[in-house]
Ligand binder design. Structure first.
Ligand code: PEP
Ligand code: MN
Length: 366
């Protein structure tokens, strides 16, 4: 059920309704919107017993939500959710596109810094990299663990990019939550319900990847799990689904972007790297993702893809990522978006000039 508050309802009236909902044994999710606040009610097995809610000051109406997902739905919140980060223009769901780039896995400090510098110069505001890797083979590189997270924290310190990294289980979640700016839940874990609930109790935004055979409804229900625990900062990510096609690793389902946007207020980004598995398809599908209206991209980039410990064949060379960013900057305005300028991050300019020996301003187009 949804309790829609009047536009002029006061904070006290909203809190009183939330308290009443909790007294009735349910959970209240207050969702402030541009026009009015709606309060989602969850935790009910059957119909919510509205009790005296209807009569409380500030309440406009009670609406039954018939869809299985509630908090992710536009019924609860009509406007797009925008997830912002302190000290930067980087955001998901606003007019600026969110560009996340970096290697599949954090392999060592040198590799990480080399890739980080290049993607930062090209204009990424978020740096990706796995410290915990969910690999198909138990004999493949599993990630550096906490050391990988520490190296990523150094990247944030040096360049100001926000860090996106995956938690693969409840144990790694504690550390990932401590170091990351955005917690990634991988495709293989999209229906790991205990992990989703744990992510819902985390205090960081969650980037939730679509499972390889998940329907739209299953995808939204996974996001609902996170939100039902009180974390409303969820970013959806299309990363390709498994089909009969064998010219790509997965089939990137770009049609899910407008489908999600119709039903949900949550931002959605596209991963053309896992979505195609082929380097030569990453740039064309990135262009298409921006054109279709995605809120951003997550792209694998490696300075030496042939030597990468995972996903080298789908990783762009830094020059290719730079060229891609130039194209994205041109496509974005056609769909009313833009790529935020690189933040003036003092320590990044120091770090870069010390490395190159040149005291020049950082130019995203250089
Ligand atoms: C990744 O981002 O490196 C990854 C493992 O992605 P996915 O969960 O989409 O396979
Ligand atoms: Mn990968």
């Amino acid at each position: 059920m949804l309790v829609v508050m009047k536009a002029q309802a006061t904070e006290e009236q909203i809190s009183a309704v939330c308290r009443k909902i909790e007294e009735l044994g349910y959970r209240a999710h207050s969702m402030p919107g541009a026009q009015r606040t709606a309060i989602g009610v969850t935790g009910n097995r059957g119909e919510v017993e509205p009790g005296t809610l209807d009569e409380m000051p500030g309440v406009q109406e009670l609406i039954r939500v018939s869809k299985p997902y509630k908090l992710v739905s536009r019924d609860v919140k009509a406007e797009n959710t925008v997830i912002t980060f302190s000290g930067t223009d980087a955001a998901f769901g606003g007019p600026g596109l969110a560009i996340i780039a970096g290697p599949c896995a954090i392999e060592n400090r040198e590799q990480t810094m080399a890739v980080a510098e290049q993607v930062f110069r090209a204009g990424a505001q978020f740096f990706r990299g796995g410290a915990y890797k969910p690999r198909t083979s138990p004999y493949s590189f599993q990630g550096l663990g906490e050391l990988g997270l520490q190296i990523m924290a150094e990247v944030r310190d040096k360049f100001g990019m926000k860090i996106v990294t995956e938690a693969i289980d409840n144990e790694s979640m504690d550390l990932v939550e401590k170091y990351a700016d955005v917690i990634q839940i991988g495709a293989r874990n999209m229906q790991n319900f205990s992990l989703l609930k744990r992510a819902g109790r985390a205090r960081k935004p969650v980037l939730l990847k679509r499972g390889m055979s998940a329907t739209l409804e299953e995808f939204l229900m996974a996001a609902e799990y996170v939100m039902s625990e009180g974390n409303y900062k969820v970013i959806l990510c299309e990363r390709g689904v498994r089909t009969f096609a064998d010219h790509t690793r997965n089939t990137l389902d770009l049609s899910i972007v407008p489908a999600v946007q119709r039903l949900s207020h949550l931002p959605i980004v596209v991963d053309p790297s896992h979505g195609t598995g082929k380097r030569n398809k990453v740039t064309p599908l990135s262009r298409a993702a921006i054109a279709v209206g995605a809120d951003g991209l997550i792209v694998e980039v490696h300075h030496e893809p042939d030597r990468a410990m995972s996903d080298g064949i789908q990783s762009l060379y830094p020059e290719q990522f730079d060229a891609l960013m130039k194209q994205v900057r041109q496509i974005a305005p056609v769909v009313g978006r833009m790529v935020p300028a690189i933040g003036n991050y003092p320590r990044a300019s120091e770090a870069l000039s010390a490395q190159s020996g040149v005291r020049s301003a950082i130019s995203p187009l250089a």
